[in-house]
Design a protein. Structure first.
Length: 424
């Protein structure tokens, strides 16, 4: 009898091990947040912010489920825990429960219809959500994407017809023969555009897809980190990081101040087959038009083929690094914000010797998918006293709108998450 009991006990322990061996979900302790007004950021009158969670790590993009759970994609992790789930159990806006899972680095994350999507730097994974809990056995739906150190992050968004859109950034500044070398001319045609420098469309319900299964939805985009589907008009929108080194390499064309604000960071409204012109073109803030890059014969007067490329709908000063865009589809904010776009600017590094800039969240008023006025700074003071990448206190990176109409902002410098609400 004793031997039978021992055998039963051993079998039970073995089955328990098998059942949980593949589950890497871990609970993390919540971090007590210092008592700061609005978590240290500044907001327009009537708005308030609470810190949802702090010191999470390299918190890149974020997504909120219909039940209010917030998912955060971490850009650099060791030993697993590349996705963080934040759950507010008592309704105070702060995370009472923090769980981590996933064993891959990355930037992109999205959630829709009880499915969570997340990216590594070369693949897209899909998790099912059952009874508000993630089933920790992901399916790889896209694989084999270009993964080189420069512009490697893959950001994503979903439409309403079962498609996922993936940014594949160009591992290059402006497709020169020798990348980032002064005097090196641009390659034409640019070979990079075959597999990067654009946005690819894949199906959400098909496993193991790669380039041969996807559609190159848009091209000529150097690096789109901000990507969102606008459900008001059912179209794709993207914010592009412009090229570097115009003043440093071409002082005969760009003075110090002109180099700081050129080329423009751009917001695009993209239809299938769109070509935004990279690497041949850049948008000149001073000239207010798209022009040929110097590496392709440009001299700040030549437009050439750039006149035929897709034009951006909003332009911002150069090097601010627009890392996220989200359309405000909630009703909790005042009417002026309905269907407008919030954009998170990560902050510049390539404006020297001019002061660095950005490190804020802006708002673009929009209606029927088009801007209706000038953009304005919405949330600021993330960087603190010093607006430099290594010294900034926080750097805005991801954005999401919750089911209650709140706006969430992530920081990848220290891993802080804010929830912004409006007091009626």
């Amino acid at each position: 009898m004793k031997s039978k009991f021992s055998l039963f006990l051993l079998m039970s322990l073995f089955l328990m091990h098998v059942s949980f061996a593949g589950d890497t979900t871990k609970l993390r302790k919540t971090v007590k947040v210092p008592d700061e007004v609005n978590g240290g950021i500044t907001l327009p009158a009537g708005f308030n912010a609470v810190v949802v969670a702090d010191t999470l790590g390299v918190a890149r993009h974020i997504a909120v489920d219909a039940n209010g759970d917030l998912y955060v994609k971490l850009g650099r992790v060791k030993g697993g825990g590349g996705i963080v789930r934040l759950r507010d159990k008592n309704g105070d806006g702060k995370a009472d429960e923090i769980k981590t899972f996933g064993d891959f680095n990355g930037s992109g994350i999205a959630v829709k219809n009880n499915v969570l999507y997340a990216t590594s730097d070369d693949a897209v994974f899909k998790y099912n959500i059952v009874n508000n809990e993630v089933v920790n056995q992901p399916e790889k739906i896209v694989q084999g994407l270009v993964n080189k150190r420069q512009h490697a992050s893959k950001t994503i968004t979903l439409d309403n017809a079962g498609n996922i859109y993936v940014n594949i950034g160009a591992p290059s500044n402006v497709c020169q023969t020798s990348d980032r070398q002064k005097g090196s001319m641009g390659m034409k045609p640019c070979p990079i555009l075959d597999s990067a420098g654009g946005i690819w469309q894949f199906k959400t319900n098909v496993a193991g897809q790669s380039y041969n299964n996807g559609v190159r939805y848009a091209t000529g985009l150097r690096n789109v980190v901000g990507l969102d589907w606008n459900s008001e008009v059912n179209e794709l929108y993207a914010t592009q990081h412009g090229r570097d080194m115009l003043f440093q390499w071409y002082p005969e064309m760009f003075n110090q101040q002109e180099g700081a604000v050129n080329p423009a960071e751009e917001l695009f409204r993209l239809k299938p087959g769109a070509d935004a012109g990279w690497p041949y073109c850049y948008f000149d803030i001073g000239k207010k038009q798209k022009m040929l890059n110097p590496e392709y014969g440009g001299d700040r007067t030549k437009v050439g083929e750039c006149a035929e490329k897709v034009q951006s709908i909003v332009q911002f000063p150069g090097h601010l690094a627009p890392n996220a865009i989200v359309f405000y589809n909630g009703t909790a904010f005042p009417e002026k914000y309905r269907n407008g776009a919030f954009i998170a600017f990560h902050g510049s590094w390539n404006r020297a010797p001019e002061p660095q800039a950005g490190y804020f969240v802006v708002f673009v008023p929009m209606k029927n998918g088009s801007p209706t006025g000038e953009w304005e700074v919405f949330a600021d003071n993330f960087a603190g006293a010093v607006k430099e990448p290594a010294k900034a206190t926080y750097r805005p990176c991801g954005l999401a709108v919750g089911p209650d109409g709140a706006l969430y902002v992530s920081d990848d410098q220290k891993g802080r998450i804010w929830k912004i609400t409006y007091a009626r």
